[in-house]
Design a protein around this ligand. Sequence first.
Ligand code: AHR
Length: 638
Amino acid sequence: MLYYGVIMHNRVSFLAILACFALARSMAAQTPTLTVQVNHPIAKVSPTLYGLMTEEINYSYDGGLYAELVRDRAIGHGFGALMHWPVVARGNSLAAVSVDESTGPSAALPRSLRLSVTRASPEALAGVENDGYWGLAVRPNAVYSGSFFAKTDSPGIPVTVSLENDATGVIAATATVTELTSDWNRYAFTLKTGAVPITANNHLILTIARPATVWFDLVSLFPPTYNDRVHGNRIDLMEKLAALHPKFLRFPGGNYLEGEHIAERFDWKKTIGPWDDRPTHMSPWRYRSSDGMGLLEFLEWCEDLKMQPVLAVYAGNSLAQDHVEPGPALESYVQDVLDEIEYVTGGAGTKWGSERAKEGHPAPFPLHYVEIGNEDEFDRSGSYDGRFAQFYHAIKQRYPELQLIATAPVRSVTPDVLDEHFYMSAEQSFAQAHHYDNHERSGPKIFVGEWATREGAPTPDLNAALADAAWMTGLERNSDLVIMSSYAPLFTNVNPEASQWAPDLIGYNALTSYGSPGYWAQVMFSDHLGAEVVPANLEGAGPRVYESVTRDEALHKIFVKVVNANSNPCPLAIDLEGADKITPQAALTTLRGNTPNATSSIADPRAIIPVDRTVQVAGPKFTEAFAPYSINVLELSY
Ligand code: AHR
């Protein structure tokens, strides 16, 4: 029995082995393959492939990146001008706040806020407050730099400025300005917090303790900023951008460049110099821009993140079909652009370079790309061909080294680069992953200056990130042609009142911020760019699996990017043909979630984030299983 049993046991084992062998063979036959010809690069990867596109939309700068805490600091026009400036009348004090159209700190800002106090005392203060951008963040042990323009009918009257909590009335920091006169002047102050809790529900309050009239404008308060720039950018948002390793910044738009009407374009000369020389302007996204983020601030932002500017210049077309005919009428706009380029690149001895130097930046900025207009295919007058040519000839004559980008196809001259935009559903992004594979290579290079999978609000969900990543594999494989690309829009303040467009890559409120799944997909791609595209053949994986493989000879690295947008794991038999030695430990970074609509949010900022792990690879041929709904970068060393 025992013997029989052993035989039976051995027979069962033998049959089991046979079955396993057959299963393994059939699995091997079924396992999808990715065959990479490591030693036959087909193209250089554009080192500038990933950058940023930005404009004032969704409170991207005011109430976003630009760290100013005071909302509507320049007292605006008409109804709603004082919406964020309610009167303060404590105890039995009597006070009123109004817009005074007859006096302001400068010709550019001819109006101001008038605070008229008819009864007040140290026990019953009167004044005005500002509620910030859906809150005003206060942090412990921080130094806030403030200023305002003011005049008064009671010279020497002390003005007390404080950060006060909305709910508790607790003052986090306070300062007093005593030098007011009957003429407009600017006054600076500092607010220092102690061991206060971190809160977002605060306001800035300016009070006086006796009857008087005080006129205010350009009331401002900045927290510490990135690189300690005076009037600079929010640290958390700059750090998120820095992690994207962006190579360029396309600015200032977008529709924001064009404006709804010509007078509302980004008129760069009105965005430079001291704030009281900046009249502010209405953005096409239906709120007024402070223009604190002016031309110099954009350039300094580039400098801080080591990005090159892609300077988009107004080209005579605004959104409401207002356009300037090519010819003499366009000349002053062309001159404005030549002046703008001189402001960016000219030495401190040039007319416009000296204006930049006066503002504290004597060194010119590097500039290689100028984009002429924005989405000019929407100009129904058909004038873009002529307008582009006029700008092209004038710029090339004076700056032959500049690369000029057209925003729509033109016939009369050949642009150096063509900007193409793609806003897609997830289905479209997946379908377009091979869009550039067979594209004509003899024309202008391509800049995908705006693209996004539009799914999720306020920021993209995982499905959008999967589709974005599929699309990016196509950009990367074709980056001999597609030399630059930038997602749009970049930012949104997550307060629902702030949004004009969803989704946006990075979300924030007054206090904190988060990167969407789409943001992390871009971090992963740009962190592992590679220098050359190597041919890779994906077989048997079925739909919704995408790849791109690059190598970097100097770093001895191969980067295999795999997107699995399916609900099942995707095992891939990877064959790195021609690679003789592969380090057995490889780094695998994965962004994944359990469902396609999984996402991160301001309340759950780390719900979908990449996870790094080390995987063992047996050699140039190995199998790796990629998780359902996952974006993966496998970094192999050789
Ligand atoms: O990204 C939002 C808008 O989309 C841009 O301002 C415009 O260029 C495009 O139509």
